[in-house]
Design a protein around this ligand. Structure first.
Ligand SMILES: [Zn+2]
Ligand SMILES: [Zn+2]
Ligand SMILES: [Zn+2]
Length: 159
């Protein structure tokens, strides 16, 4: 798998200390198509690597997020979710997060208006605060399809 080779090399290049837990954590992330919490990752590592601590998993994920290897999504339950960034700077996407069930939808089919708006906002903020913007993280919060229909039937019951 070429993708996995890439992240290993990228990570090695960016991290002074290469440790086994880090490699294992990236491995779990690279095999998942979902966004995982530190606890999820800890859970799947524990059977094979009982020596790994939850704190190590948290710290490693935060480090990898600062290095831009993973992207972080703040979740409604207070536990951030992480997913591997595929490719160098590629795989940019935005999120729709359900505040009821915690479902995270990635979308990449941006509307031209959306791209234009983000570009304008970035330009203005950069100028206003003399800030070099390198990335952004866009999250919309609300109710997913499933929770929406449950929500509707709850309201109907109240009437
Ligand atoms: Zn974007
Ligand atoms: Zn939902
Ligand atoms: Zn995502």
């Amino acid at each position: 798998m070429q993708g996995r080779y890439n992240w290993r090399r990228r990570f090695r290049a960016q991290c002074a200390r290469w440790t086994l837990p880090r490699e294992n954590i990236l491995d779990v992330l690279s095999r998942s198509s979902r966004h995982l919490s530190a606890k999820d990752i800890y859970g799947s590592l524990y059977a094979m690597h009982p020596g790994i601590g939850l704190t190590t998993v948290y710290r490693t994920l935060e480090l990898m997020s600062r290095l831009g290897l993973v992207h972080r999504v703040s979740a409604v339950d207070g536990q951030a979710r992480y997913a591997l960034r595929k490719g160098d700077g590629g795989d940019h996407h935005h999120h729709l997060i359900c505040t009821k069930c915690g479902k995270i939808i990635d979308y990449r089919d941006f509307m031209p208006e959306e791209l234009e708006l983000v570009r304008k906002i970035e330009e203005t903020l950069a100028r206003k605060h003399n800030f070099l913007i390198q990335d952004h993280n866009i999250e919309f919060l609300g109710l997913c399809d499933k929770c929406r229909s449950e929500h509707k039937s709850d309201i109907m019951k109240e009437v």
